[in-house]
Design a protein around this ligand. Structure first.
Ligand SMILES: [Zn+2]
Length: 206
């Protein structure tokens, strides 16, 4: 929406109205150039949203649904969409029997995504010299766990020594729950701890 007289993109929107035809949604703008004062009209047209097939996975299960998106838009892996099952993050896009990471929606058959509404589910192991107490926990996705953290869990106070993510094993740094698969820990004889995960236990598996 640049000024046709001086080329400036510093324009003020005086007025706008939506028009829609069978296939298109049009937004007509009345604009004023802030630099030279010229008043002009511009129209932005978008194809009307249509339903796309959306497959959302959460904790290994998948739900089929649809989502209305404009075919004019582009979609890529990592984009966050608001679907009828909450916010989802696009993981893969199917175009003509191929999976791609970026496509114009016009060409898309199916959108694959992960739910990001739900908490992250991680495993937490407590090494008891030969025996292991193992827990499943549901945590806020951006909850951070670091090797060295002292944690209360169930009847134990433990120190985290390894944080395993989808991609690596961490013995330093930290990771967010959304990428952690399992935390390995050993009991310590402390009375104080950094945080308590007891309330986040879904089940104990040993
Ligand atoms: Zn101008």
């Amino acid at each position: 929406m640049d000024c046709p007289i001086c080329g400036s993109d510093d324009v003020e929107i005086l007025n706008s109205k939506q028009k829609s035809s069978k296939k298109k949604l049009m937004e007509e703008y009345l604009l004023k150039c802030e630099d030279c004062g010229h008043v002009f009209k511009d129209v932005i047209s978008l194809k009307k949203p249509k339903p796309y097939r959306l497959i959302v996975s959460e904790h290994g299960k998948s739900h089929k649904t649809t989502i209305d998106l404009s075919p004019s838009d582009e979609l890529k892996s990592g984009d966050v969409l608001l679907s009828d099952v909450g916010q989802v993050e696009v993981t893969s896009i199917e175009v003509a029997d191929k999976r791609v990471t970026k496509a114009k929606l016009e060409d898309v058959n199916t959108i694959w995504a992960n739910s990001i509404e739900i908490p992250a589910r991680i495993g937490f192991s407590v090494d008891l010299h030969g025996e292991v107490d193992s827990y499943k926990l549901d945590l806020e996705r951006d909850f951070e766990i670091a090797p060295g953290d002292v944690v209360k869990i169930d009847k134990h106070i433990v120190k985290v020594h390894v944080v395993k993510t989808h991609e690596r094993k961490l013995t330093s740094g930290f990771a967010k729950a959304s990428v952690i698969t399992r935390v390995y820990s050993k009991p310590v004889k402390f009375n104080n701890y950094d945080y308590d995960l007891t309330k986040d236990i879904i089940k104990k598996t040993s």
